[in-house]
Ligand binder design. Structure first.
Ligand code: ARG
Length: 439
């Protein structure tokens, strides 16, 4: 069943019909399509283009179709070109001639554009909530292990002491920015393309403000050509999703490393790990690896749509149908990744002793030793060199700096006195200067 055909003399090839059909994936949009149609019909009646009886019949028909789809009595399948054709066909089957009036002063071009915007908005709000839950899990994990110290790294080499909580708060900052990006993208996309019609508006005196308002958009889109051919909002969201995945993937990488026997800082719950079919001792961090792996897939969607859009002349082109699968796939991927990460963090075990041990064995107070000498009057560059030789000495003796006796330290500099031990104590050092912010 087609929405066109009048000017054709030969039937469409079956091959082309299958190639062209988007129903198998744009059925995802059935709810938005029905909401968009209801708003459109209300507007047509308000503007005197349909009468009130027609309005009521069409709206109750559309509501009936929605009920049937949601209750499972109407299955979205068959040789329809897309979800728009499917719903219109079902409405016409139900109402006869009146059903055919629904599409007055509308094109599938503005119809699909409004459906996608409504869907993108709804899913973005869901993802914002998912990011909020993740942020909450990160904060709770940090609070639960308040005061636990660990090595902070640069170049994957132990650098200076930080708290575990502070390390997690770095991710909180990242996900906080992600939320801002999502909210910003929603604000930009929140304009209605309905009424742009195919590309040039309509000779009917329709009310675009009314439908925009009815559907929760802030205003109608300015330019008709732009309204039907803009996919920037999907690109912005895919870019925000890619950055979320990049952040998740960095966290995954750390969890994977930290759960190795070599680090042993954390244990991922059995609920989020799997075993090996051959090596009985193994527990693999599959959930974290999968999130890291799925990141590539979301980047792929962004690049795919950017490439689809790059040479499209105005206005609508069928190429744009290719926006759906990557976008839908990214939504599912981002949502499941955020949920799995949130649960994985809520069930994570932290080996604080191992973290502390790594701090002690990493000379992470070497910078504080240099700071101490500077306070006593040495220039920082000289203090840096001097502490370097202390570290060399310690490595030879298999000792930490704080394990050296005062007379050993004095061999390096007369500036050392008893107060050095208090000064370079790891917990104490976190109380000094702006490091207090880490607490
Ligand atoms: N399935 C189409 C899409 O997703 C709907 C719009 C069709 N418009 C058209 N002029 N053929 O883009």
């Amino acid at each position: 069943m087609k929405l066109w055909g009048g000017r054709f003399t030969t039937a469409e090839s079956k091959l082309m019909e299958d190639f062209n059909s988007s129903l198998s994936f744009d059925k995802t949009l059935y709810k938005q399509d029905i909401s968009g149609s209801i708003a459109h019909v209300k507007m047509l009646s308000k503007c005197g283009i349909l009468n009130v009886d027609e309005e009521c019949l069409i709206i109750s028909g559309l509501e009936e179709i929605l009920d049937q789809i949601e209750s499972g009595s109407l299955y979205i399948e068959g040789s329809y070109e897309d979800i728009h054709s499917f719903i219109e066909a079902k409405l016409t089957e139900m109402l006869g001639e009146i059903g055919k009036k629904l599409h007055t002063a509308r094109s599938r071009n503005d119809q699909v554009a409004v459906d996608m915007r409504l869907y993108a908005k709804e899913k973005s709000y869901e993802i914002i909530t998912d990011v909020q839950s993740l942020i909450k899990a990160l904060i709770e994990l940090g609070e639960k292990h308040n005061g636990v110290i660990m090595p902070g790294y640069t170049h994957m080499q132990r650098a200076q002491v930080v708290t575990f909580k502070y390390h997690l708060l770095a991710y909180v900052s990242m996900f906080d920015r992600d939320m801002k990006r999502l909210k910003n993208a929603v604000e930009i996309l929140n304009e209605s393309p309905l009424g742009c019609c195919a590309l040039a508006g309509t000779t009917y005196n329709i009310d675009r403000e009314f439908t925009a308002n009815e559907l929760g958009f802030s205003k109608p889109i300015n330019n008709f050509l732009d309204g039907v051919s803009d996919r920037d909002y999907l690109l912005e969201l895919l870019s925000a999703f890619s950055i979320i995945m990049m952040h998740l993937s960095r966290l995954c990488e750390e969890l994977i490393l930290w759960s190795t026997k070599e680090f042993n800082f954390v244990q991922i719950s059995d609920q989020f790990a799997t075993g090996s079919s051959i090596m009985p001792q193994k527990k693999n961090p599959d959930a974290a690896e999968l999130i890291r792996g799925k990141t590539g897939r979301v980047y792929g969607s962004l690049i795919s749509l950017l490439t689809t859009m790059k040479s499209l002349p105005l206005a609508y082109n069928k190429d744009m149908q290719e926006d759906k699968e990557p976008f839908f796939d990214s939504i599912t991927t981002v949502q499941s990744s955020l949920k799995v990460m949130t649960e994985m963090l809520s069930t994570l075990k932290v080996n604080s002793n191992k973290m502390k041990e790594a701090v002690k064995m990493g000379f992470l107070n070497a910078t504080e030793v240099a700071d101490f000498l500077v306070l006593k009057g040495l220039a920082f560059r000289d203090a840096h060199g001097l502490v370097g030789s202390i570290v060399l000495y310690c490595e030879e003796k298999h000792k930490a700096i704080e394990d050296l006796t005062l007379s050993e330290l004095k061999r390096f500099s007369p500036f050392f006195d008893e107060s050095i031990y208090e000064y370079i104590d790891y917990e104490n050092s976190l109380e000094k200067g702006i490091k207090k912010e880490m607490k």
